[in-house]
Design a protein around this ligand. Structure first.
Ligand code: SAM
Length: 208
């Protein structure tokens, strides 16, 4: 990998132990997905080590430069856990607007610290495909309120170890205070809600 591209990934992800490789390995082992779409990815390349087809979307010019570097593909080839050639795409685009990917062409949609990906990009996710969302910007709360999604798992984290919980899901998304969470409130605050039980991330299946 060229120094520039390596520096960006190393600085933001490797140096901070923030690659989340085990998270994506757990997702791949638990849900049959080969094509992953990652709006608001920045240079978070890690899913390409696990999924043979990845599409990254971001407005940031550093991310655009990073994904344009041919050394990124070499680096993925060094670290990938699958046998086939990686297929990696990047769109420098605002994911709120349309970008050139076919509807229902992905079986995993990734939403990590990047706003309401679940709302603006669900059309690219197959019905039956899964959304991996955290609640940092309120996107997991938003997906919870959305009839098109059903919660199928919660993911807990202990250091670099991630585990999947598929039972007692009704205990999640219960607000600490007795109140109703609305889409309007989430849009206004762009923050996760305090719940009586929360997880590191959540998995929702697209139902419709
Ligand atoms: C905090 S970073 C998170 C990066 C990555 N998801 C991660 O977990 O490491 C948020 C990224 O989302 C991008 N982003 C936010 N809103 C966006 C939008 N509407 N369209 C495209 N990119 C967006 C920003 O440019 C930024 O690179």
């Amino acid at each position: 990998m060229s120094q520039d591209a390596l520096a960006l990934y190393s600085k933001h992800y490797v140096a901070h132990s923030f690659e989340r490789l085990e998270l994506f390995k757990l997702m791949a082992a638990s849900f049959a997905s080969r094509r992953a779409l990652y709006p608001g990815s920045f240079a978070h390349l890690t899913p390409a080590f696990v999924y043979p087809h990845t599409c990254f979307v971001d407005t940031d010019k550093r991310a655009a430069r990073f994904f344009a570097d041919p050394a990124v593909r070499d680096y993925v080839n060094e670290r990938k856990v699958y046998s086939q050639e990686p297929c990696i795409r990047f769109h420098r685009a605002d994911y709120v607007q349309e970008f050139p990917e076919a509807e229902e062409s992905y079986d995993l949609l990734i939403s990590q610290y990047a706003g309401f990906v679940s709302q603006h990009c669900k059309q690219y996710l197959k019905v039956g495909g899964v959304l991996l969302a955290n609640n940092s910007h309120g996107d997991a709360s938003m997906a919870w309120l959305d009839q098109d999604f059903a919660l199928v798992a919660a993911i807990n984290r202990r250091a670099e170890r991630f585990s999947l919980v598929e039972t007692n899901l009704a205990f999640y998304f219960v607000p600490k205070r007795d109140r109703t969470v609305t889409r309007e409130e989430l849009e206004r605050t762009q923050r996760g809600v305090a719940y009586t039980r929360s997880a590191y991330a959540y998995v929702f299946r697209r139902e419709s």
